[in-house]
Design a protein around this ligand. Structure first.
Ligand code: SAM
Length: 184
């Protein structure tokens, strides 16, 4: 699979909170920077920050603006990562942006720590179409949102029953499983 035809979406709504309520989560500065670096490292086409609240999108744009302008001379590596970040209100806006760019609608691939009988395995995962890897925040993407996706990747799983990766860590591991160079 060509990573340039793959994109990441970080969704802040609809996600669950710890009680299972559907909420919107606040933007996390670290998520923006770390996931931007991971998507740049693995050569992805871009990273969409998805937030329905305009004030939160403005905050994301201010953070991006800082590191693209005055912050660039401080740390050009950050600028190189953040220049592929786009801020949109909904997941459908992200899918439309990919469709406009590649003239093909992406397959939406959900990620989740919770197991599912219909999850696709990493092993042998291949997709000729563009893909939009969908990551959640809070306590994860809602089942309703994941049901609108074209597929759901199997959960990352360590040898313990503790499974509470941050979205930043989960994204980096997923990208390495899909696009990492193996020195076998
Ligand atoms: N318990 C939540 C869940 O079921 O996904 C974990 C939420 S975690 C803070 C936020 C996001 O990181 C998830 O929505 C998912 O995109 C990703 N994530 C976290 N752990 C993961 C795992 N083990 N496998 C795949 N994705 C994971």
């Amino acid at each position: 699979m060509d990573p340039a035809r793959a994109f990441v979406a970080l969704v802040h709504h609809p996600v669950y909170d710890r009680t299972g309520k559907v909420v919107s989560t606040a933007l996390t500065n670290l998520d923006l920077h770390d996931i931007a670096r991971s998507t740049r490292t693995y050569g992805l086409g871009g990273f969409f920050v998805v937030h329905p609240v305009e004030a939160q999108r403005e905050l994301a744009s201010r953070i991006l603006g800082h590191w693209r302008d005055e912050g660039a001379e401080l740390n050009d590596f950050r600028r190189m990562a953040l220049e592929r970040v786009h801020v949109v209100p909904t997941l459908e806006d992200a899918a439309k942006a990919v469709t406009d760019r590649l003239r093909e609608r992406p397959q939406l691939i959900a990620t989740c720590a919770r197991p599912s009988g219909t999850a696709v395995r990493f092993t042998g995962f291949d997709c000729k179409l563009p893909i939009l890897l969908v990551f959640g925040t809070g306590w994860g993407l809602t089942e309703e949102l994941m049901a609108t996706c074209d597929a759901r990747l199997e959960p990352l799983q360590g040898p313990t029953d503790y499974n509470h990766l941050s979205v930043r860590s989960a994204c980096a591991i997923v990208l390495d499983r899909l696009y990492g160079i193996r020195q076998d």
